[in-house]
Design a protein around this ligand. Structure first.
Ligand SMILES: Nc1ncnc2c1ncn2[C@@H]1O[C@H](COP(=O)(O)OP(=O)(O)OP(=O)(O)O)[C@@H](O)[C@H]1O
Length: 247
């Protein structure tokens, strides 16, 4: 994977973003005048009560949905005005996704699951193989590449999903409750791995979590309440994943 980006441009710039959902005559405003900026190499934890708008904000930053008003610039693209086809192409180049339930395809092996996002790129089979192997080595599962998801533990499935997220070498990684379905030990391993992606490989990460311990791995924590930002704190004591890994 590439070394950390050195650009001073923000990777994520959210400007006066509002998000409404409409059903018949009812309008539900889920995000109110949201502003936020993330530099290359930031690691942000999004926290807040259920329904406060965390996943909505994450989906907007990842280009899975678009705001009702305002602008979102991510990796130089104005996501608020991009067409759906442009957004799909942009996501495949710039964003890696990690989900609570892993979302692996059960009929594909670990190797084939990790290769999937690369099939949307111009890379040939040999180039894809090299990137899949690198990604599986980073997550420590090179020896499980022929296993199907049902032949892996939950923690291993999540590591395969992380390999899939990094296979295209994206700038931004978004994670929605990545440890929500794991026991404490496996959860810690996943958080250490994500920390390494941030520290060693310079990935910018946005993670939604309910777990203050998980947020302790991030460099910064934002709290949402009723669609508004109510707290934004740096975390100078963030758990250093590289130190933990090398301990
Ligand atoms: N597609 C949709 N249509 C209508 N309302 C929606 C839609 N998606 C989310 N909402 C509403 O928006 C609000 C915020 O939802 P969101 O999933 O962003 O919250 P959250 O903070 O991530 O919650 P949780 O922690 O429970 O996952 C909720 O009231 C939810 O019901």
């Amino acid at each position: 994977m590439k070394s950390p980006a050195l650009s001073t441009d923000p990777v994520v710039l959210v400007q006066d973003v509002c998000k409404e959902y409409r059903r018949n005559d009812n309008v539900l405003t889920v995000l109110h005048n949201m502003n936020l900026q993330l530099a290359a190499g930031d690691y942000l934890a999004l926290m807040g009560p259920s329904g406060s708008g965390k996943s909505t904000l994450l989906n907007l930053i990842a280009g899975l949905d678009q705001p009702t008003s305002g602008h979102i610039y991510v990796c130089g693209e104005d996501l608020a005005t991009a067409s759906q086809s442009k957004l799909a192409k942009w996501r495949s180049r710039h964003v890696g996704f990690i989900f609570q339930m892993y979302n692996l395809i059960p009929v594909l092996t670990a190797y084939e699951n990790v290769e999937l996002p690369l099939t949307l790129t111009p890379l040939n089979r040999k180039q894809r193989k090299a990137q899949v192997q690198t990604a599986l080595e980073i997550v420590g599962l090179a020896d499980r590449m022929d296993h199907y998801p049902t032949q892996l533990s939950g923690g291993q499935e999540q590591r395969v999903s992380i390999a899939r997220a990094i296979a295209t070498d994206p700038t931004l990684i978004v994670a929605d409750e990545p440890t929500g379905d794991l026991d404490a030990k496996s959860g810690t391993e996943i958080l250490e791995l994500m920390g390494r992606l941030n520290e060693e490989f310079g990935k910018t990460i946005v993670m939604v979590t309910h777990d203050p311990r998980a947020a302790g791995f991030a460099k910064r924590t934002m709290h949402l309440e009723d669609g508004r930002l109510v707290g934004d704190t740096d975390n100078p004591g963030a758990v250093s994943a590289v130190q933990e890994h090398n301990a």
